[in-house]
Write a protein that binds this ligand. Structure first.
Ligand code: FBP
Length: 573
């Protein structure tokens, strides 16, 4: 296999770990706190998760654990969209397992959760994992989005686990995949089978977080990759001075990626879906907001700019949210009728007939392509595949119309040429940043320690992340604690609640305080590429979201002031 020079160099990188995790595996035990409760719907969740509901938070502390050296087999699954650092989770898990007992085995199921259902797997050996250390992607075993939900699927997972004599299964995934992990843990307990299930918080979207999961892995690398590209586009825009760039950024629901990229690059406009929803802004309001900034910049002779659009925006605009929710229900309940129709137009007409009057009016007001995109297949978890809806193009079309109208009225006299971009897949499999390489390795290693401490139905948790890794702590958070009931496929289902951007949180406030200035003045920041070798403040900086949330920086008042503050934080390493 031919290797790039960076790949070779990254093989040699030794992920930084908190001192606690450097102790021998047999001298770490868990300390259990008080029983916990789910976020809401407690009665119903207690009923669904009879055996695993309400478990206590577990913290790793020094203490003897003779079970750490038992010979065990562990299965691992990569689930959902790729996120940089997944290979390092497996590396940390592998190293932990082998430190416990060199005869223990790690089995990697191929292609996501379907791998355990079909029992397609490979043994992860030292030779195999060494080829993937500190690299991006999930290609070591592949990933998939199969949801384990039918009795037959649970039985198939159990049969594979028994056949392979697994002590535990580690599911590396986002909110939906960790919901799967919770369901599987409960199923094994219900059946009296001693197979443990541990989750690991993965998603570039950054929405699998709470007081105990400070960030999901992959977010750090993805936002830095996108910010580099946005900075490059901004510099091009500021050089040519002739295009407005509409850049859609991945993030299925929450706008964490868009917000962090805005903090990193200072674009003229960054839409935040959660704000749109809270302020009940219509599509028309959004178009007017963008158009007014374009017109004001044109008055200054600046017919160019950068607009960041979160991928999930479409589902947060109230009238679109209602429309999508109706479409989802119709697709869930009348799927046979719908799929039997031939041709896109017949399906569009069918949908228009089935929708409520208000939603039908919104639906028919949308460009044909967007209507088609809204009817495309849902993912196995019932989600609209927002990455396939061209919201950035929709906005360009509507803004063009608005500006024409303004021209006729004499309120706009500029020129409007556009470029559209979608930044998503470019960032999902990048080489993990040092932060993600370190964080993921510790998450995988912690997952092993939770297993040998007998836990099931937990998610691996490494905390204190705004501080240097020398101050990180580790443990496990019960999955049911992060759950509520939500409408999926037309039914109420238990799911881990997505963490949306908090409009009262420090990251949003820091952005909101500056956005009017960014809109009119051209004050782009150019973060450049992720660096692995060099000064701490260039190579080991956590995201601004993490730093602001932890109160480590105030706001991006001046770039100079901030970077010196940041440098002093990481300088402690
Ligand atoms: P996960 O929740 O699986 O981590 O999703 C991450 C994500 O990249 C989203 O941002 C995006 O909407 C989606 O996956 C795209 O899915 P796909 O890979 O199936 O196109």
């Amino acid at each position: 296999m031919e290797l790039s020079p960076l790949q070779k160099a990254r093989y040699a990188y030794k992920p930084k770990m908190p001192p606690l995790l450097k102790k021998s595996v047999g001298s770490l035990k868990v300390e259990l706190g008080k029983p916990t409760e789910a976020l809401t719907d407690r009665k119903e969740l207690k009923e669904i998760f009879k055996h695993t509901y309400g478990q206590p938070i577990a913290t790793l502390v020094p203490g003897k654990n003779p079970k750490a050296s038992e010979k065990i087999n562990v299965g691992v699954i990569l689930s959902g969209g790729q996120a940089p650092g997944g290979h390092n989770v497996i590396a940390g898990l592998f190293d932990g397992i082998k430190k416990g007992n060199p005869a223990s085995k790690l089995i990697g199921f191929l292609g996501g959760p379907s791998g355990i259902l079909k029992d397609t797997a490979v043994e992860i050996t030292a030779k195999l994992i060494d080829q993937y250390r500190n690299t991006g992607g999930f290609d070591i075993i592949g990933s998939g989005r199969t949801k384990i939900e039918t009795p037959e699927q649970f039985a198939a997972a159990l049969s594979t686990a028994k056949k392979r004599k697994l002590r535990a299964i580690v599911i590396i995934g986002g909110d939906d995949s960790n919901t799967n992990a919770a369901a599987l843990a409960e199923y094994f307990k219900e059946k009296g089978e001693p197979i443990q299930v541990i989750g690991v918080p993965k998603t570039i979207d950054g929405d699998l977080k709470n007081d105990y999961i400070e960030t999901s892995f992959g977010f750090d690398t993805a936002v830095k990759t996108y910010s580099e590209l946005i900075g490059n586009i901004a510099r091009d825009a500021n050089s040519a001075k002739k295009y407005w760039h509409f850049i859609k950024l991945m993030g299925r629901a929450a706008s964490h990626i868009c917000l962090e990229c805005a903090l990193q690059t200072q674009p003229n406009i960054a839409l935040i879906s959660e704000e749109v929803e809270t302020k009940n802004q219509t599509l028309k309001d959004i178009v007017e907001y963008i158009s007014s900034i374009i017109a004001r910049r044109a008055e200054n002779g600046e017919n160019f700019g950068i607009v960041l659009v979160p991928e999930g925006l479409i589902e947060f605009i109230p009238e679109m949210k209602q429309l999508i929710s109706e479409i989802n229900d119709i697709l869930a309940h009348k799927n046979t009728e719908f799929t039997a129709l031939e041709g896109g137009q017949a399906q569009i007409d069918f949908m228009a007939r089935e929708l409520s009057r208000e939603s039908a009016a919104v639906f028919s007001s949308l460009p044909l392509d967007i209507r088609k995109q809204l009817l495309m297949d849902r993912d196995p978890h019932g989600n609209v595949q927002v990455s396939r809806i061209e919201t950035e193009k929709l906005l360009i079309t509507l803004v063009e119309d608005k500006l024409k109208e303004m021209k006729l009225k004499g309120t706009y006299a500029g020129s409007f040429s556009t470029q559209n971009h979608f930044l998503g897949y470019e960032g999902r499999s990048a080489f993990p940043s040092n932060f993600d390489a370190d964080y993921c390795y510790s998450l995988g290693y912690t997952a092993f320690l939770l297993i040998v401490n007998g836990l099931t139905g937990y998610i691996s948790s490494v905390r204190n992340l705004a501080k240097p890794s020398s101050e990180w702590t580790a443990g496990g958070i019960p999955l049911t604690m992060m759950m509520n009931l939500e409408q999926r496929h037309g039914k109420q289902k238990p799911v881990i609640r997505k963490a949306l951007v908090d409009l009262n949180g420090k990251p949003f406030k820091a952005f909101a305080a500056k956005r009017d200035a960014y809109a009119l003045s051209t004050s782009y920041l150019y973060p450049g590429a992720i660096q692995y070798f060099g000064p701490n403040e260039v190579c080991n900086m956590p995201t601004k979201t993490l730093l602001l949330e932890a109160g480590k920086i105030k706001s991006s008042s001046t770039r100079k002031k901030q970077s010196s503050t940041d440098a002093s934080i990481v300088g402690k390493k």
